[in-house]
Write a protein that binds this ligand. Structure first.
Ligand SMILES: [Zn+2]
Length: 404
């Protein structure tokens, strides 16, 4: 008994070393074996053995010395890199009006990008599955690929979900609660699917490709139809115990306040989200005067006092929310991302100034607030990055099961 436990423990260690070596190669882009050993503190002999397995499995490849970065004259060193052609990966961002798809190679290089419009509103899980398959097929066809060539699909959507189980507690895209969307998709798609909250995936994309790439502790706040947040603590996305942490849009800012799309009252989102602003703007006019935010913003520009007061209140509510984040997490940086921010008022100096006033006052610099106007492509890229990580872990596990 004891012996087999020990064996499985050493097997696990070897698997985690493989993943560590693989992740180090991915993070570096190109790296020599000796440098991998130095960074990971795994012995050079073990690094050589592991990289031999990864090479044999076709997951990494050698870069010839003359093209390897950092190779010194006279002392050529063979570097290793991820083999891009090892897998095709798809990242999907599901929003109310479109499914945006990005197909990348295993290195994360973008190959195909596609946007399929949706009619909008909530869907049944079956309809959603069909739309996801349709979007994937359209994207593949665009680049001359077939669905069978995709090794993994990452999906980002709004709502409260347990990413580990692909389980959706609630989403504004679905007309029912508590859906095992992973299982539902299994009858449509044969490759592994990884679903996560879209704001978490933006945080992942920020961490890998964007403003967060040099930070280890930051939060991303997303504002579009609703309000979301991704938290990165010590380089890891923090999801909470039930997998549904960081629901910034549903922190309460008013007792018995405005009705939120989640069914509760007084949520931040019910004052700041696109739908909340339009609801407020249209409530007194009796007719649907504003169909989108651009129309509301145009009214402000024309001196409409009511429209102005709606945006002012949303700004103050948002500042209060941001101050609460700083008071709890004390992050290095807050990144504001999403289409609505293009309109500027949520990231105005006034909002940032109010946030400053409401944070705990200490003699130290406040976190930087940055606006990142990445569109749907960025969200899809985050979904692809998530799928690349998960497919890597699965493939490494397969290598381990062959190697023993
Ligand atoms: Zn809510």
């Amino acid at each position: 008994m004891v012996k087999s436990d020990r064996l499985s423990h050493s097997g696990e260690l070897r698997e985690s070393s493989r993943l560590q070596v693989f992740d180090t190669i991915r993070a570096a882009g190109q790296i020599a074996r000796i440098d991998i050993a130095q960074i990971t503190r795994i012995s050079p002999a073990t690094v050589t053995a592991i990289t031999a397995e990864l090479l044999a499995a076709g997951l990494i490849e050698e870069v010839s010395p003359d093209t390897a970065r950092g190779a010194k004259r006279g002392r050529p060193r063979v570097a290793l890199k991820i083999r891009g052609s090892a897998h095709h990966i798809a990242g999907l961002k599901l929003s109310h009006h479109a499914i945006t798809t990005l197909i990348t190679d295993f290195e994360g290089t973008e190959l195909i990008s596609h946007e399929m419009p949706l009619r909008g509103g909530q869907m049944s899980p079956d309809d959603l599955c069909e739309k996801i398959v349709e979007a994937l097929d359209q994207s593949c066809a665009k680049g001359g690929l077939t669905r069978a060539q995709i090794s993994g699909v990452g999906i980002g959507m709004a709502g409260v979900m347990d990413a580990e189980r692909n389980f959706i507690y609630w989403s504004s895209s679905l007309n029912v609660r508590n859906i095992d969307l992973g299982s539902a998709l299994k009858s449509h798609l044969s490759m592994p699917v990884f679903i996560d909250n879209d704001a978490n995936l933006v945080a992942k994309a920020e961490h890998l490709f964007g403003e967060g790439d040099t930070r280890s502790n930051f939060v991303v706040v997303t504002v579009e139809h609703g309000v979301g947040m991704g938290i990165v603590i010590d380089n890891q996305i923090y999801r909470g115990v039930r997998g549904c942490g960081a629901e910034f849009g549903h922190i309460k800012v008013q007792l018995e306040g405005a009705l939120c799309q989640c069914g509760q009252r007084g949520c931040l989102e019910a004052y700041v989200g696109d739908y909340a602003l339009l609801r407020e703007a249209n409530i007194t006019s009796g007719v649907e005067r504003h169909k989108d935010l651009a129309s509301l913003y145009a009214a402000v520009a024309e001196g409409d006092m009511m429209a102005q007061s709606i945006l002012d209140r949303a700004g103050r509510m948002f500042a209060m929310g941001l101050a609460n984040i700083v008071n709890i997490f004390d992050p290095q940086m807050i990144v504001l991302a999403g289409a609505q921010l293009a309109f500027g008022y949520l990231s105005s100096d006034k909002v940032v100034e109010e946030m400053r006033r409401w944070v705990v006052q200490v003699d130290g610099p406040l976190p930087e607030v940055r606006v990142h106007g990445w569109g749907n492509q960025m969200w899809a890229k985050g979904a692809a990055a998530y799928a690349i990580e998960e497919v890597s872990a699965l493939t490494i596990r397969e290598v381990a099961s062959h190697a023993g």
